[in-house]
Design a protein around this ligand. Sequence first.
Ligand SMILES: [Cu+2]
Length: 286
Amino acid sequence: MRMLKSGLAAMLAVGTVTLLGGLAQANDDVVMAPTAWGTGFQTAHSPVMERVNEFHNVLLYIIIVISAFVLALMAWIIIRYNKKRNPTPQKWSHNTLLEMVWTAVPVIILLAIAIPSIRLLYYEDRVANPEMTIKAIGHQWYWSYEYPDHGGITFDAIMKEEGELAEGEPRLLATDNAVVLPAGVDIRILTTADDVIHAFALPALGVKIDAVPMRINETWVHINSPGIYYGQCSELCGTNHGFMPIMVKAVSKEEFAAWVAEKKAAMKDSADVTKVAGLSGADAAR
Ligand SMILES: [Cu+2]
């Protein structure tokens, strides 16, 4: 029910569908997209994002305490030591104990933040034995994907124009080809780019990593539940930076295997056509 609700919230927020349309598309699966007037994070659907959320909440408490303390201190100074109430100020300028305390306490706070922060960074960095790898390549202005462990399946994912959207699909986020991935599996993500720096980002899955030309960056994801997860390029990469979204469709392992078989068959067919027509691979790709 929670999943259905979040799916519906996403649907309603993008304002493109009726309630019925939302129900039809959500189909009990998660749909994670930005919501209108949303201020918090999208609901976490990966172990990394769950930890990012927890760390964010801890930081929030620390920030609130520090802000309240500084505010109270300033209020006390303004009220108690203004010119009217304290016309002849004292002249002392050093207090060793106080100086030690106001140096040591911030150091302790920073350490308390740095240790879990660095641990989280390394947790996000890579996973020990991923079951599969996917490579995302940024282009001006679309993403292409490669599945090196699955016979080199490769395709482009171009943003759908408004007229092309299926019912319930959000504007500026849906693509013609979805990145199909199995849920419940550790997946290595490699990113690169072929022109300028892009960034591969999926908020609900806690993925955000630069895609840099001539360089491979690595991260990983474990999608907790099947559904559709929308993301965007998060690096200002040129005029159409805002129009190269990412659409991940997480499915069960069985559905993923079926999708791989289907893609491979389609690839084989097009290779046969290429052979018959006597075209080179490069011609066929055009
Ligand atoms: Cu980009």
